[in-house]
Design a protein around this ligand. Structure first.
Ligand SMILES: NC(=O)c1ccc[n+]([C@@H]2O[C@H](COP(=O)([O-])OP(=O)(O)OC[C@H]3O[C@@H](n4cnc5c(N)ncnc54)[C@H](O)[C@@H]3O)[C@@H](O)[C@H]2O)c1
Length: 344
């Protein structure tokens, strides 16, 4: 694949301008551009600039509300309920994690539910904000149908990521942020756009046969991690982020790329809490925990036992020193969006 280089800051400015020209306020455009650029820097390309055109298409068709009136309902000092008014998901998630942090700092625990939201990208991006404030966090979101429930012939669950973050006492936070599917859908979409194959054992075609063809996989079903266990986890996320919050659930979240018949009404749940609720020396204890695990004998070829988040942190550091490489397809999207989609 041919690559083109653009300086990261210029690229971010370009993305901000595109979002603003599509009607987002400047603060909302900045929040959204930061999230997309971060996805590129951590190497989550399926959630980065490859989605920019999709967001702009949805704004243009008014299924993302560029000027949302987001309402935050206080249920208690710890608990808030946000109606995102079909905002772009980045903005509602940014407001929600900040509220969850604020609530936890006041009372020890913050619980924030969001309804009427959209795709917000990487859960870990929001978890990092809480961990920087020395809080533990758990974050859930549902997503459009991609994975068949165990025993079903049809996709219904999204790739519904599960995210857990904690300070570690080291520079690098522990952030477990994983889809419940064998690979995330964004990676399959990128492979389909670039005519690349996907790994074996991650998807079935529409006839239920295993496939490594990305396009056929998108028409078929993705497989959950660990069979019925993954299916159960996906279901749990659908309940926590959809049923509980007032968001869509049970397969009703619309596919952001293919279904413009209405807003997605995705739900998210953000839980944050202090590390010293039960012990005073959490930092010492977690350092001890990580050190003991890292000291285990390693299997051949493994240099270091890493904890979740370490790999992404390393990629972010490395990529931040370089210019972001964008594919010709994304370059084309940027040109198109700059020239054809601008309206206020
Ligand atoms: N918003 C949505 O609808 C949606 C849906 C699905 C996924 N996502 C996002 O996509 C992103 C990627 O998801 P994914 O499932 O492809 O993640 P992944 O497979 O790249 O990583 C999953 C987890 O495993 C950890 N990990 C990876 N290699 C490791 C190693 N060698 N040792 C120890 N830990 C390791 C990672 O740090 C991460 O926490 C996530 O940020 C997720 O939130 C978003």
């Amino acid at each position: 694949m041919e690559k083109a280089n653009l300086k990261t800051e210029n690229l971010k400015k370009e993305v901000i301008k595109i979002f603003r020209n599509h009607g987002l306020s400047n603060p909302h455009a900045v929040i959204s551009a930061n999230a997309l650029i971060n996805a590129e820097l951590v190497g989550a390309y399926g959630h980065g600039l490859s989605r920019l055109k999709m967001y702009c298409d949805r704004i243009s068709k008014r299924v993302i509300n560029p000027k949302p009136r987001i309402k935050i309902k206080k249920i208690s000092q710890s608990i808030s309920h946000i109606d995102a008014d079909n905002s772009i998901g980045f903005v509602s998630a940014d407001i929600a994690i900040k509220k969850a942090i604020q609530n936890a700092k006041k009372t020890g625990i913050g619980l924030v539910a969001v309804k009427n939201s959209g795709h917000y990208g990487l859960s870990g991006y929001y978890a990092e904000q809480a961990v920087k404030e020395n809080l533990i966090t758990m974050i859930y979101t549902n997503a459009p149908p991609a994975v068949a429930p165990h025993g079903a012939l049809k996709s219904l669950f999204g790739t519904n990521p599960i995210c857990f973050g904690t300070p570690t006492g080291f520079n690098v936070p522990f952030i477990l942020d994983t889809s419940i599917s064998m690979i995330n859908r964004g990676k399959i979409r990128v492979a389909a756009r670039n005519n690349q194959k996907i790994p074996e054992g991650v998807a079935l075609d529409k006839f239920g046969k295993p496939t490594i063809d990305a396009k056929k996989a998108l028409e078929g079903v993705q497989l959950p991690i660990a069979g019925f266990r993954g299916s159960g986890l996906a279901w749990m996320v659908d309940i926590l982020s959809g049923v509980l919050t007032g968001g869509n659930h049970a397969g009703r979240v619309k596919d952001p790329f293919d279904d413009f018949s209405g807003p997605q009404n995705i739900g998210h749940l953000f839980i944050t809490f202090k590390t010293n609720l039960f012990v005073r020396n959490y930092n010492t204890r977690i350092k001890d925990n990580i050190k003991r695990i890292k000291r285990l004998p390693k299997i051949k070829g493994v240099k270091e036992i890493m904890y979740p988040g370490q790999n992404k942190y390393k990629r972010f550091k490395m990529n931040s020193k370089k210019q972001i490489k964008i594919s010709n397809i994304i370059k084309k999207d940027l040109e198109f969006l700059k020239n054809n989609y601008a309206f206020k």
